[in-house]
Design a protein around this ligand. Structure first.
Ligand code: SF4
Length: 325
């Protein structure tokens, strides 16, 4: 079974860690709770951390057509500079994180869906956008895994997020060693997973490892491609191709009923009638039965700890067009 490096993830503190919302409340998230034993969380509450206290008068995002501001309508105070300075300092002091889980719709932590008001006392809004801290994260760490607690309730989004943070954590750990052998092992361990995301980019990563260059240069070039690979949604159709390719290796060793059952499960997955776990589990039992140690350790089968897989998750085949990152 795979060994996993614990990812480092920045999380909004009000998501299950502290009653630090403006009204003294806390947000509950089953998804964050489940990750607590498997992830090194670094909590952040930009509003409390700049000294606003709990409880506090709420702040809001205002844009008058010229400048975005973070203001407190009840007091008339403007916290824009404090929040920008805080966000920059926080991200500078914490460069080695693999992902972020931020509270949706917050004028500080929100990523896209925070209401933007036309004035400090206005009721009218001019669309939605990121909060101040969220904006800094999106601008300064765009390649990391970044999600809100709300979006993680969607299984497909959560799986993509978990896959990324575990791959990034493993890579970060190996990069720290500057050992070329460890980079090659990483590439080999993730071969099928990376191909399922993008075969062409996988080949480019392969090419990087063939270059006769300084190790740190190779790590940097490989890292750029790794982020590019995960910047897109996973490919359901590629997963099917990979499973079909693995099946070809075994088809002469299994009987016709097993073949028929596997093909049916693959077809059902393709049509969206069954979960990915069905054909994947059949393949995995063949790997165990025929003692294929190399394939058995592929991250394609277990990209993150199985404790984070929920029984109710039905991993259906969803085309890349469905995704909206
Ligand atoms: S959304 Fe962000 S700033 Fe607001 S309470 Fe939660 S952690 Fe603090």
């Amino acid at each position: 079974m795979n060994r996993f490096v614990k990812p480092r993830v920045v999380v909004s503190r009000c998501i299950g860690f502290e009653r630090c919302r403006y009204n003294g409340q806390i947000i509950s998230s089953d998804e964050v709770k489940e990750m607590r034993d498997h992830v090194d969380f670094l909590t952040v509450c930009p509003e409390s951390d700049i000294g606003l206290g709990v409880p506090r008068d709420p702040v809001r995002l205002v844009f008058n057509g010229e400048k975005r501001r973070l203001v407190q309508p009840n007091t008339g105070k403007d916290f824009t500079k404090n929040m920008v300075d805080y966000s920059e300092d926080f991200l500078t002091q914490n460069p080695d994180v693999d992902g972020f889980i931020l509270k949706s719709k917050s004028p500080s932590c929100g990523l896209k869906e925070t209401r933007i008001y036309t004035g400090i006392d206005d009721h009218s809004t001019r669309g939605k956008g990121p909060g101040f801290f969220g904006n800094e994260v999106l601008t300064r760490r765009p390649r990391k895994a970044i999600e809100t607690e709300g979006r993680l309730r969607n299984y497909q989004i959560r799986e993509h997020f978990l896959t990324k943070i575990y791959a990034f954590a493993d890579f970060r750990d190996r990069k720290g060693s500057q050992d070329l052998k460890k980079l090659k092992e990483f590439h080999d361990h993730n071969r099928l997973l990376f191909k399922s995301y993008d075969e062409e980019l996988y080949q480019k990563m392969d090419d990087v490892l063939e270059q006769n260059e300084d190790v740190s240069e190779l790590y940097d070039r490989y890292e750029d491609l790794l982020y590019e690979l995960f910047n897109q949604a996973p490919q359901c159709e590629s997963k099917i191709q990979i499973m079909d390719g693995l099946f070809q290796d075994f088809k002469d060793m299994i009987d016709k009923d097993e073949i028929a059952f596997f093909k049916e499960s693959l077809e059902d997955y393709k049509k969206g009638n069954t979960s990915l776990d069905v054909p994947l589990s059949i393949l995995y039992t063949w790997l165990l039965r025929f003692k294929d140690a190399n394939l058995k350790d592929q991250s394609f089968f277990f990209p993150y700890p199985k404790d984070l897989v929920r029984l109710e998750d039905v991993r259906t085949c969803i085309s890349r067009d469905y995704w909206n990152f």
